[in-house]
Design a protein around this ligand. Structure first.
Ligand code: ADP
Ligand code: MG
Length: 764
């Protein structure tokens, strides 16, 4: 068991303006506990009615200033957690801070550069690298991605749904079993066998997260996202499996609303915008106070899901993200205060080991076979399942002579064979019963047949009865033991099938809370559906479909899309990434060629060495002398060349592997950027259409037969981004969004006309 308080780190986001210095300072002189001092600018400090303090000091495990890059953050914060997860402990890393302070950047990464990738992709990379290196264990990785918005959970990785709004995604609900373990119903679990597969899942979830967001729900600032890596490991041949979960959590923005009626900045008592963060704080307060018995985890979905991470079986780390600009001082101080409380919470992480019943049965069966084999060696007999007729006859003869033997010391020797021992007991029992029946019948018929067996003397009779009693007891003990073993095996079988069913079919047969048949062995907050990697094909096609945007657009709309794209800020990034991607592709191609070359060179060198060796041996034979003891210089030279070449091959191969991941990441970044562009275009298109209706009375002359009603809701409604399949769902009055080519060219003409006017205005 590892006892540890929650580790707290601070990360300061780079400021746009450089003149923000003087607002904070980092003191790392106190070698052990670094501290962050936030200094209130004089004008702000004066604004406080009750608070004249001018600086606040907070201690953190480490503070990362503006220049800390993603690599440093991973190495110092996430890597140690990933290591303990590989060892079998649960881990959680959560980012907490106001909107815009860098939570998503830290947890997932930036949307532009490969070097900006955040904790999730780096951790995935590290976990796959380490698990491939470690040949002493077999690792299995599953991924789930949950978004919690407004107390509702949504599965971001559901392969059956194409999200165009949060409501389209399957709703995830919480079930609690009698042991108070949390189960997440409807959260799909996907196996990832390679880093690329895991990356694809991350981007699929992120894309769903982005396109499901509307200005109305502001999901990215008001929802919590929990990316979970479920890692199982076991040693080959062992029945013990370790399960560890790593939650990587991007919390909702922690900004608060100041109490009304008080002007200026307020450093106390402001309320969270997000209610579940309020409940998170309640849990943190309860945990940091000694002797509190009740911790209000159940108040919100997020605290229920993260129950183990907070004061439970988990190694937890918090990253306080700070945007230390003058206008954010109050929020930054709140974030630091929250962190100080979190640092008081003690967790106790234990190794999550359990016996896999299926593996246990296999192991026991193997053990039985081994014991049978061993027994066969000791007794020199090969055991078959049943005794043969001859053996049975032989045994019965032995019993008869044993019973007839007058020597009290005589023994019944049948050897160390349980089957024979059992048969002896059965036979004796039968004899005894026969005798009893016989005695009874003789008594009732007043001894009709005097020629039957000599009656045993009373004393001998008693002795025999005692022996039989003793044997009977032994048999009973053995039978009981057998029954117990059988029951254990049946239980184990039942449990394993229950586990499988529960994992696969929980959607149709959930264990309701309080059901005593509920799963006992599942780790808490286990998602309840497993998808194998066959879903990967679907996923990539889904992503592909999502990026295949313009196929079904009308010509007018396509042209407008080109204009929009040209002027969009992200198009520069997309173009840049395209260039980098091209470069990486040609690098990878060249590297691939070099690798092939190196491989054939290695083959040639090996061949040459063998030839040379054979030559030397042949020379030795022909000159009638042993192989020369002096090393052959030529061969040595070849060998060192071979070593060099192998090294080169290995380096290039590692490089190519890294390039492959980078290419995959860049492609996914671009796909995501394209979807974003498309989404924004649709919003812009809708807006232009509204302006067309509002601004131009000439709209009547256009081919719009019905007025175009667009309420604020419908404006903010998620545009159908990825296909026109859902067009019929739209109200027929929303003509401009139907993809009707005539209408679309009208809007385009309108947009162009507006642009012309604007341009003219600029030149006037
Ligand atoms: P949050 O998720 O907390 O709302 P984001 O992670 O979205 O904040 O960050 C807001 C903006 O700041 C994004 O454009 C992001 O790329 C940028 N950003 C955040 N942290 C950093 C950083 N450490 N270095 C560079 N850019 C950053
Ligand atoms: Mg964010």
């Amino acid at each position: 068991m590892v006892k540890q308080t929650i580790q707290i780190f601070a990360r300061v986001k780079p400021t746009v303006r450089k003149q923000q210095q003087g607002i904070y300072s980092i003191d790392e002189d106190e070698k052990l506990i670094p501290s962050l001092e936030i200094i209130l600018p004089r004008d702000l400090a004066d604004g406080f009615v009750n608070n004249k303090r001018e600086s606040y000091k907070f201690k953190f495990q480490r503070i990362f200033d503006q220049d800390a890059n993603q690599e440093t953050i991973f190495e110092n914060i996430a890597k140690p957690v990933a290591e303990s997860v590989l060892a079998g402990y649960n881990g959680t890393i959560f980012a907490y801070g106001q909107t815009g302070s860098g939570k998503t950047f830290t947890i997932t990464g930036g949307a532009e550069r490969y070097s900006d990738r955040g904790i999730i992709p780096r951790t995935l990379s590290y976990i796959f690298e380490q698990s491939q290196k470690d040949s002493s264990k077999i690792y299995t990785t599953h991924i789930s991605y949950l978004e919690i918005y407004n107390e509702c959970g949504y599965d971001l990785l559901d392969p059956r749904h194409e999200a165009s709004s949060l409501e389209d995604l399957p709703k995830v609900t919480i079930l609690e079993d009698p042991d108070q373990n949390i189960h997440l119903k409807n959260l799909s679990l996907h196996q990832a066998t390679t880093e690329e597969e895991a990356l694809n899942l991350l981007f699929l979830g992120d894309t769903n997260r982005m396109i499901a967001e509307t200005p109305m729900n502001q999901a990215s600032t008001r929802s919590h996202c929990i990316f979970t890596i479920h890692l199982s490991s076991k040693e080959p041949g062992s029945a013990t499996v370790r399960h560890a979960k790593l939650h990587l959590v991007d919390l909702a923005g922690s900004e608060r609303v100041a109490k009304t009626g008080v002007g200026g900045l307020l450093l106390t008592e402001a309320k969270y915008i997000n209610l579940s963060l309020h409940y998170l704080e309640q849990v943190i307060i309860a945990l940091s106070e000694k002797h509190r018995l009740h911790i209000p985890y159940r108040n919100s979905m997020m605290t229920s899901v993260l129950r183990d991470s907070l004061g439970g079986n988990c190694m937890t780390t918090m990253i306080a993200t700070l945007s230390l600009e003058k206008r954010n001082i109050d929020e930054s101080i709140s974030t630091c205060r929250f962190a100080q409380r979190v640092a008081l919470i003690k967790n106790e992480a234990v190794l999550n080991e359990e016996i896999d019943p299926r593996l246990m049965i296999i192991r026991l069966q193997k053990e039985i076979q081994e014991l049978k084999d061993e027994l066969a060696i000791v007794t020199g007999e090969q055991r078959t399942e049943a005794l043969t007729e001859a053996e049975l006859l032989q045994l019965e003869k032995l019993i008869t002579s044993f019973l007839e033997d007058q020597d009290p010391e005589s023994r019944l020797e049948v050897g160390a064979d349980m089957r024979k021992i059992h048969h002896c007991f059965h036979h004796l029992k039968k004899l005894l019963q026969d005798k009893k029946i016989h005695e009874k019948s003789t008594v009732s018929s007043e001894i009709k047949d005097q020629n039957c067996q000599e009656p045993l003397k009373e004393e001998e009779h008693k002795k025999l009865r005692d022996i039989l009693q003793q044997r009977d007891n032994e048999i009973n003990i053995l039978v009981n033991m057998l029954k117990k073993e059988k029951k254990k095996a049946q239980d184990a079988l039942h449990l394993s099938s229950m586990d499988r069913n529960e994992f696969r079919h929980s959607q149709s047969s959930p264990f309701p809370p309080g059901n005593p048949e509920g799963p006992r062995t599942l780790p808490s907050s286990a998602p309840t559906q497993v998808h194998d990697s066959s879903a990967v094909g679907y996923r990539s096609s889904l992503l592909h479909r999502k990026t295949e945007m313009r196929e079904e657009m009308s010509l007018g709309r396509q042209e407008a899309f080109e204009i929009f794209k040209r002027d969009h800020a992200d198009s520069v990034t997309i173009e840049d990434n395209k260039q980098i991607l091209k470069q990486r592709f040609s690098e990878a191609k060249a590297l691939g060629e070099n690798i092939n070359e190196a491989r054939s060179k290695i083959g040639r060198l090996k061949e040459e060495i063998t030839q040379r060796h054979l030559q030397q041996v042949a020379l030795g034979i022909s000159e009638n002398m042993a192989v020369p003891s002096v090393p052959d210089l030529q061969e040595e030279k070849l060998r060192s060349q071979l070593e060099e070449e192998k090294k080169r091959y290995k380096t290039m191969f590692t490089h190519l592997k890294a390039l492959k991941v980078e290419i995959e990441h860049l492609q996914l970044l671009m796909d995501k950027a394209k979807v974003k562009l498309q989404k924004e275009f649709e919003a812009w298109w809708a807006e232009e259409a509204t302006s067309l209706q509002v601004d131009t009375p000439a709209v009547q002359s256009l081919n719009l037969t019905k007025p175009f009603h667009q309420t604020p809701e419908s404006l903010h409604e998620r545009p159908q981004l990825l296909s026109n399949k859902s067009i019929p769902k739209r109200p027929t009055s929303s003509i401009p969004l139907t993809g009707d080519s005539q209408t679309d060219s009208d809007i385009l003409a309108f947009i162009k006309a507006r642009q012309n006017i604007l341009q003219k205005k600029c030149f006037q």
